[in-house]
Design a binder for this molecule. Structure first.
Ligand code: CTP
Length: 401
């Protein structure tokens, strides 16, 4: 069975250009290697003014390429060998000069030559001063390259080497890795499918400063969204108020209350293939929301709560419905009951009191229970791996229809 992470076993050529952000390429090389990719680093002459080949050699455990004419190089016999072997090429940071080289088909250094010679996808993460990025020459080169299928990742907005704020920062390593995963996974078993995932809890307001919430961190839903993206799905992520970065390539819809979540999911699921409801929407909301902050009076305060609608239980449509059951007792029995009650195809049951599982953790231990009675009891896994196991079942259900 192929590994879940599209980076595992992939061969990535990492081209590094001269920029104050060049040092961040070391982190990218390291994270790619940790994800199981074989990383062949190619440095321009300018890059070597900022970072040494030895840095990358140590991080990747592989030879580093700098010179097209080096007779000692493993590439001496065939200078396009790297380009041919690549699953994808990533240029990070990409300077304005390198963009110009690529746009005009110049192959006068190893980075540009490899980009010209490869038929693998090319991803470019620019880093430069905001004025250089905005310059008509750069923008014309970017448009040319985009038109030829080059994938641009960033640049991001923020503090630049000049000390000014602007558009031109190299994106964070996670974003680069997300873009590579999406690209490598594009023809996976969810290609052409639209998947909606919900994540996080909801906030039900009491007054302008207070709300009723719950402990859902959103991590499980975010991990499922990434896993679906990495198998080629187009992913919409409807999330309550959570402090997590949006995964690259996933379209995020922020909501606050269960009511908001119900209408966002109603829209997003129109024509979708699957809904995976990992969110913990509040089952109740205060009967009335005070206009002003509720003051302390010394007396006790009773809140009247009214029920919220069951979102997944109320949805019509032929898409695959996956629910979650976060339980504290009689986990499988309670979860199984929800399959019929809510019209689900699959339920993901977990005991939120188990160690390393549930709220806030990066790992989870769940049991998948199908409407067909099939039960998979999974070991403790990362939430990303749990996401893949849920998606395996979704893919099987889709195939059976
Ligand atoms: N869910 C939903 N709408 C709600 C509450 C829950 O769609 N208003 C979804 C959850 O996202 C989850 C599934 O229903 O996928 C089960 O949620 P859970 O809270 O376990 O079920 P409840 O029906 O609320 O049952 P109880 O709280 O009584 O266990």
């Amino acid at each position: 069975m192929p590994h879940d992470d599209p980076l595992h076993g992939a061969r990535i050529v990492l081209g590094v250009c001269g920029s104050i952000a060049s040092y961040k390429a070391a982190d990218i090389a390291s994270k790619l290697t940790q994800a199981g990719a074989d990383v062949d680093v190619v440095l321009t002459d300018s890059a070597q003014k900022f970072v040494a080949p030895l840095t990358f050699r140590a991080l990747t455990g592989r030879p580093v390429f700098t010179d097209m004419y080096d007779p000692q190089s493993p590439l001496a016999e065939e200078h396009v060998a790297l380009a041919r072997a690549a699953s994808a090429m990533l240029i990070a940071p990409a300077s304005a000069t390198t963009l110009a080289r690529l746009a005009h088909g110049m192959a006068d250094n190893m980075v540009a030559l490899t980009a010209l010679a490869t038929t693998a996808p090319v991803l470019v993460a620019p880093a430069m001063d905001a004025q250089m990025w905005a310059h008509a020459a750069t923008q014309a080169n970017v448009a040319l390259l985009r038109g030829r299928g080059v994938i641009f990742v960033g640049p991001a907005e923020g503090r630049l080497a000049s000390g000014h704020m602007g558009l031109g920062r190299l994106v964070e390593t996670d974003v680069v890795l997300g873009a590579l995963r999406q690209t490598l996974g594009a023809s996976g078993d969810l290609a052409g499918r639209r998947v909606v995932v919900s994540a996080g809890g909801t906030h039900e307001p009491l007054d302008p400063v207070r709300f009723i919430g719950n402990r859902s961190s959103g991590k499980m839903g975010f991990a499922i969204a990434e896993a679906a993206r990495d198998r080629g799905a187009q992913v919409a992520l409807v999330c309550g108020p959570v402090a997590l970065a949006t995964p690259y390539g996933v379209s995020r819809i922020d909501v606050r209350t269960t009511d908001d979540m119900a209408s966002a999911i109603g829209h997003a699921t129109n024509g979708c293939d699957a809904l995976i409801m990992a969110a913990a929407p509040a089952d109740f909301r205060p009967a009335a929301v005070a206009d002003q902050k509720i003051k302390r009076t010394g007396a006790s305060l009773s809140l009247e709560l009214v029920p919220n609608a069951d979102i997944i239980g109320g949805l019509q449509g032929g898409f695959v419905k996956v629910g979650f059951a976060a339980e504290t007792e009689q986990v499988n029995a309670n979860a199984s009951g929800k399959i019929a009650k809510k019209g689900l195809d699959l339920i993901v049951a977990n005991d939120v009191t188990a160690p390393q599982a549930g709220f806030g953790h990066d790992t989870n231990r769940v049991t998948l229970i199908g409407a067909d009675g099939r039960i998979d009891e999974l070991p403790l896994l990362s939430k990303y791996d749990v996401g893949h196991r849920i998606l395996d079942r979704v893919v099987a259900i889709l195939a059976s229809r």
